[in-house]
Design a protein around this ligand. Structure first.
Ligand SMILES: C[S@@+](CC[C@H](N)C(=O)[O-])C[C@H]1O[C@@H](n2cnc3c(N)ncnc32)[C@H](O)[C@@H]1O
Length: 304
């Protein structure tokens, strides 16, 4: 006896939504649709059209839904993360880029745009410290034609993903520690941007996708308050930027006041500004390196 046809696409997506909801997946319908889109190689509009007819569910759909129900990140299943205009290759060993980081890229673009007519700014020199998948560096390379973009990543696995994403975009990627990377470029960058690890040691994330699948070295900033790597990123920014250069860093909401205070007290920075994300949370800080002697910066000069 031959097996009859499987469930229709519409029923399979409905069933998948229920399975994912029961597993606690935060956006079950969206994920059910995205998994179907991935298998069928279509976008949402076409998927919805197919669901109106009697198209069968694609082969393997139930397996992918079962994986997602085990709280494997959607992006690890599909192998891609969407970030601004880029489709980044991602998987185990690399941090999945988050939507709020798209706003950090926008801060860089806005700053560059405001200074577009200044001499020397047609080819701005930018570095992304702790690049992960390359989301920030890749977006800047893609959206600022003529920019010279560098990226630094410490983890062997993340570096491999970054290489896949960034080399085709012409980004100069190095494997290194953001605390002392690129000494030959000291004092020469127009922009230093970073989304460093910043989670406090005790603040273990609740979502299994983050706690079990984002690499720990991408999450925890070091020290009880998670401030070691953000502090080191600020010190490196003072070392790497030319006077008048722009530093922008993502951080946790609770760290906003401390980061602004640290930058202000150091005497190295002007225009220290805290930025809100799309949810109105204080999730990024920028500053401009003051003219005059740079922080030949050990993290000591940036102590809180
Ligand atoms: C929060 S993730 C951000 C990744 C990416 N920039 C993004 O926004 O999606 C932090 C990244 O910094 C890297 N990292 C951690 N410590 C580092 C260090 N000392 N030097 C360079 N990179 C580091 C981690 O491996 C991880 O890829």
């Amino acid at each position: 006896m031959t097996e009859g046809p499987g469930p229709s696409l519409a029923k399979a997506v409905r069933d998948a939504t229920a399975v994912l909801a029961a597993a606690g997946v935060p956006s079950p319908r969206v994920d059910a649709e995205l998994l179907a889109e991935h298998l069928l190689g279509v976008g949402l509009g076409r998927l919805r059209a197919l669901m109106l007819g009697d198209t069968p569910a694609p082969e393997g759909y139930a397996d992918l839904v079962a994986e997602r129900a085990r709280r494997i990140p959607l992006q690890h299943i599909t192998g891609v993360a969407h970030f601004r205009y880029l489709e980044l290759a991602v998987g185990p060993g690399v941090f999945i880029p988050r939507p709020e980081t798209e706003s950090v890229v926008q801060l860089v673009l806005d700053w560059l745009k405001d200074r577009g007519r200044l001499p020397g700014m047609a080819h701005p020199k930018v570095v992304d410290l702790g690049t992960g998948s390359g989301a920030i560096a890749g977006s800047i390379a893609h959206e600022v034609p003529g920019a010279e973009v560098h990226a630094v990543e410490f983890s062997e696995f993340a570096h491999a993903w970054a290489a896949k994403n960034l080399l085709p975009l012409g980004v100069l990627l190095v494997r290194g520690d953001l605390r002392n990377a690129l000494p030959e470029h000291n004092g020469s960058f127009d922009v230093v941007v970073s989304n460093p690890p910043y989670i406090p040691a005790e603040a273990i994330p609740n979502e299994p996708e983050v706690a079990l699948h984002d690499p720990p070295e991408a999450l925890y900033g070091g020290g009880a308050d998670g401030m070691e790597l953000p502090t080191a990123a600020a010190a490196s920014a003072a070392r790497l930027l030319a006077p008048g250069g722009y530093f922008v860093m993502e951080h946790a909401e609770v760290q906003a006041g401390r980061i602004a205070g640290m930058l202000e007290r150091s005497g190295l920075w002007t225009e220290v500004t805290t930025h809100l994300d799309l949810n109105g949370k204080e999730r990024a800080t920028s500053a401009v390196l003051a003219p005059g002697p740079r922080g030949q910066s050990s993290p000591e000069v940036m102590k809180e």
